[in-house]
Design a protein around this ligand. Structure first.
Ligand code: 9WN
Length: 438
C-alpha cells in the first residue's frame, strides 16, 4: 500500500527544488545551490515516476556540462549563487582545453550513475518509445564518459578507475580518508566556508579537513587538470569500491540499452571486455578476506584501506560478488551494522572508534546508500534484509522528513535527523522505494 502523503511530500520537495528555467534540480536550498552529478541521477529516478519530461531535462542539463573528452563534472554551475564554497569562479576549468565553453563546471567528478539511471528511467516510464528516443540521443555521451574513465583514470590498465579527490567519492568525509590526510600537510588556506552557516558545524567536516579538500583542488589546478600529471603526483589516488561498482553497474545498463536499440555491436563488445576485466580485478584487489568485505585501495601508497563502510557492500548492487561471497559479506553487514536498536544502514562501521553517528559520512544513514543496498539485497535474494532496509528508510523519512542524513541509533528518536532539509535525493528515492512492490 503506497503512502500517498509521503509521495505528495516528496513531489513537493522535488518540484520546489527544480529550476524550471534551466531544467535542473538543486540538492537542497542554501547548502547546495547548483546541479550535482550523482544527485541528479537519483533525482531523475524520482521524477520518472510522475513527470518524465523533468527526468529527461535533469539528465540533459547534467550532460550540458560534459567536457569534449567525455568527462562529466561533479557540479554544473548553470546559475550564480554565493551560498556555497567553492563556487563557480574557483575551479578555473578553463585551464583545460576540453572544458565546456558555455557553462562553468568543476574539474572533479562523482560516482558515474548516469548509465544505470538511463535504464531505470526506461524501466519506470509508461511511454517506452519516447524514453528510448531520449536514450538514443544521449547514450553515446555516457559511453564516451566510460571510455574516458578507462583511458585516463586506470594507469595500470587494470579495469579499476581511481578518484583523486574525496568529493569524487560522494562519501566525502568518511574516516577512510583519514590515513591519506595524515600523509598531507596543506597550507592553512584563507577562504570563507559557507556550509557551516547552513548546518551545525558538529555535523560537517572540520576546517583542517577542508584545507585538505582545497589543497587537492589547488594541485589539480596547478597541473591544468591534466589526468596524467594528477595520476603521477596527487597525494590522493584511490580505487573506491562504491565508485567502481557504480561504473560497472552503468556498463551493464549500457550493454542492455545498446542491445535494445540494436546496431551497436562494437560498443557492446568493448563494454563486455571492460566488464570482464573490471569484475575480475575488483574481486581480486578490493576484497579483504580478514574483514570479509570490500575495501578501498590507496593507489598512491599501494595498500588497502582496511575499514568497513556502507560502500563496502555496494558491489552487491552491481552483481560483482559470487553468491558465496555475497553471503559472507551480508553476514558481516548484519553482524556489524544490523543490531535491532540500530536503523540500517550506518555509513561507517558502528563498532569502530572512528564511528561518529552525527557527522557527515562518518556514521549517519544516507538514503541513496540505503537505496543501493536495498537493490543489492534484492538482486541476491536477501529478501528479508531488503525489506528491513526499505522499512527503516521509510520510518526515518516519516519520523523526520526529507533530511540529508539520519542517526542510525533508534534511541535518538526525534533528534536524529541532520544536514540539509528538503533534500532532493531523499525525496526522489522515497518515491522509488514506495513504488517498489517488495
Ligand atoms: C561536495 C550534494 C553533495 C553530495 C555529496 C555530499 C555533499 C558536497 C559538500 O553534497 O558534498 O560535493 O559540499 O559537502 O557529500 O555526496 O553529492 O548533495
Amino acid at each position: 500500500m503506497i503512502d500517498k502523503n509521503l509521495v505528495k511530500g516528496a513531489i513537493n520537495v522535488l518540484n520546489s527544488n527544480f529550476n524550471d528555467q534551466q531544467g535542473f534540480t538543486i540538492p537542497c536550498e542554501g547548502l547546495y545551490p547548483f546541479q550535482w552529478h550523482w544527485d541528479s541521477g537519483f533525482i531523475a529516478i524520482g521524477f520518472a515516476h510522475y513527470d518524465s519530461n523533468k527526468a529527461k531535462r535533469e539528465i540533459e542539463a547534467l550532460l550540458s556540462g560534459q567536457w569534449a573528452n567525455g568527462f562529466i563534472p561533479h557540479i554544473v554551475f548553470h546559475n550564480d549563487s554565493d551560498t556555497y564554497f567553492p563556487g563557480p569562479d574557483y575551479h578555473r576549468t578553463d585551464l583545460h582545453p576540453d572544458c565546456p565553453k558555455n557553462v562553468k563546471t568543476t574539474g572533479i567528478t562523482q560516482p558515474p550513475v548516469t548509465g544505470f539511471v538511463l535504464k531505470e528511467l526506461y524501466d519506470i516510464v509508461e511511454d517506452k518509445a519516447d524514453m528510448l528516443t531520449f536514450i538514443k540521443q544521449n547514450i553515446d555521451k555516457i559511453y564516451k564518459n566510460h571510455q574516458h574513465f578507462y583511458g585516463h583514470r586506470d594507469p595500470y590498465n587494470e579495469g579499476l578507475v581511481y578518484i583523486y579527490h574525496n568529493w569524487e567519492s560522494g562519501t566525502d568525509n568518511s574516516p577512510i580518508w583519514d590515513e591519506i590526510w595524515e600523509t598531507m600537510d596543506p597550507p592553512k588556506y584563507k577562504y570563507e566556508r559557507k556550509d557551516t552557516t547552513h548546518v551545525d558545524a558538529a555535523q560537517r567536516p572540520t576546517n583542517r579537513e577542508y584545507d585538505n579538500y582545497i589543497h587537492l583542488l589547488e594541485i589539480a589546478k596547478a597541473y591544468n587538470y591534466d589526468d596524467a600529471k594528477i595520476a603521477e603526483l596527487s597525494p590522493f589516488l584511490v580505487q573506491d569500491p562504491l565508485f567502481n561498482a557504480i561504473l560497472i553497474k552503468s556498463n551493464s545498463a549500457l550493454i542492455e540499452l545498446y542491445e535494445l536499440i540494436g546496431g551497436h555491436e562494437e560498443k557492446i563488445v568493448t563494454l563486455n571486455r571492460w566488464q570482464t576485466k573490471a569484475k575480475a580485478r575488483f574481486n581480486e584487489k578490493l576484497f579483504n578476506k580478514d574483514l570479509k568485505a570490500y575495501v578501498h585501495y590507496d593507489l598512491r601508497n599501494e595498500k588497502q584501506l582496511s575499514y568497513i563502510t556502507s560502500s563496502s557492500f555496494t558491489p552487491l548492487f552491481a552483481g560483482i560478488p559470487s553468491k558465496e561471497r555475497a553471503y559472507i559479506m551480508v553476514n558481516t553487514l548484519m553482524t556489524k551494522f544490523g543490531e535491532e536498536e540500530r536503523y540500517l544502514c550506518a555509513s561507517f562501521d558502528p563498532q569502530s572508534d572512528k564511528f561518529n553517528p552525527v557527522k557527515y559520512w562518518r556514521g549517519p544513514v544516507w538514503i541513496n546508500l540505503n537505496w543501493l543496498l536495498f537493490r543489492g539485497m534484492k538482486y541476491y535474494n536477501f529478501t528479508d534484509i531488503a525489506k528491513r532496509i526499505k522499512a527503516d528508510t521509510l520510518t526515518l523519512i516519516e519520523e523526520h522528513g526529507f533530511y540529508e542524513y539520519f542517526d542510525s541509533r533508534k534511541s535518538e528518536g526525534k533528534n536524529g535527523a541532520y544536514g540539509g532539509h528538503n533534500f532532493s535525493w531523499s525525496a526522489a528515492l522515497t518515491i522509488d522505494l514506495l513504488k517498489d512492490k517488495l
